[in-house]
Design a protein. Structure first.
Ligand SMILES: [Zn+2]
Ligand SMILES: [Zn+2]
Length: 150
């Protein structure tokens, strides 16, 4: 990943329509073509929380093959997934993230480091594969806590 991305904060994303978490490793991005549009990108959404819908298509901008991505909890479209990046996008400076969420369809929340003392940055974030495991642990702990409170 390009060094300029490593200093960015890690962001958690929630669906604006139903408040469910769809991503724990988001990054704030701005479309080069239209700097007024705020977007969030990720290398890996939470598995099962979003899914691609409909046929793939290309925009006028380039020949990337993309498809819409919807929240699996409520069905609303949240953004898009680049299924097949075009050569010009691959060659330009990008963060390698192929999932894009619109800032008007998701809520963003800063993610804290493990001791919750400061905001987590991308250079201290574990890769997506090892993250999936720790995510399960976190959920287990969460449910155990709930159990105690009852
Ligand atoms: Zn492209
Ligand atoms: Zn939703």
């Amino acid at each position: 990943m390009h060094p300029s991305f490593r200093k960015k904060h890690v962001i958690k994303l929630l669906c604006r329509f139903c408040d469910s978490y769809v991503c724990r490793r988001g990054m704030k991005a701005v479309l080069l073509a239209d700097t007024a549009v705020e977007l969030y990108s990720t290398d890996s959404p939470i598995s099962g929380k979003v899914s691609s819908v409909g046929k793939s298509y290309s925009t006028k901008k380039c020949t990337c093959k993309i498809c819409d991505v919807a929240c699996t909890s409520c069905g609303n479209i949240l953004g898009y997934h680049v299924m097949l990046p075009c050569t010009s996008c691959l060659q330009s400076c990008n963060n390698g993230h192929l999932w894009i969420f619109n800032s008007n369809t998701v809520w963003a929340e800063s993610r804290l480091n493990q001791s919750a003392t400061e905001m987590l940055k991308w250079d201290s974030l574990p890769d997506a594969a090892s993250e999936q495991d720790s995510e399960l642990d976190e959920w287990d702990n969460y449910f155990q806590e709930m159990e105690c409170c009852r």
